[in-house]
Structure formats: C-alpha cells, structure tokens
Ligand binder design. Structure first.
Ligand SMILES: [Zn+2]
Length: 77
C-alpha cells in the first residue's frame, strides 16, 4: 500500500524541465530557486544565462560591504 501512495505522490511532483524536457521530481532538483521549472542549475543557467542563486549573491554582496564599511563608524561613535 505504501508503495502505491509513493507512486501517486511521485507522479504529482513530476515536472518537465523547460530547458531539456527531462521529466524529473522537482523535490529532488538540485536547482534551489527554480526547482519547478528546471531539472537542475545547469539547465537554469543555460536558459537564463545565470542562476537565481548567483543573482541573489550578487545583489546581497554590496549590502554586506556596506555593513562592513559602517562598522568602524559605529565603533568610533
Ligand atoms: Zn533540464
């Protein structure tokens, strides 16, 4: 019985990769941000030219630098 339930739930989570057309279980996709669109970060990157992960890291970087730059001023005050 458990195997039947697993089979049904697996089918419900099968997605077709938008880039390569591979059918995959989105919960097992190594892609962190677009699990339900691409089978993995390679397809995500090939289609978009970048990964959402990389984009978020780039956007976060300046803020982190600002925080570091502000730290000496806070200590001097
Ligand atoms: Zn793919």
């Amino acid at each position: 019985m458990a195997a039947t339930i697993d089979y049904i739930s697996d089918q419900a989570n099968i997605k077709e990769c938008r880039h390569c057309g591979l059918r995959y279980d989105w919960r097992r996709s190594p892609s962190t941000s677009l699990k339900m669109t691409y089978c993995g970060s390679l397809c995500e990157q090939a289609d978009l030219g970048f990964t959402i992960d990389a984009l978020l890291r780039v956007e976060r970087a300046p803020r982190a630098e600002e925080a570091v730059a502000a730290a000496p001023m806070l200590m001097a005050a």
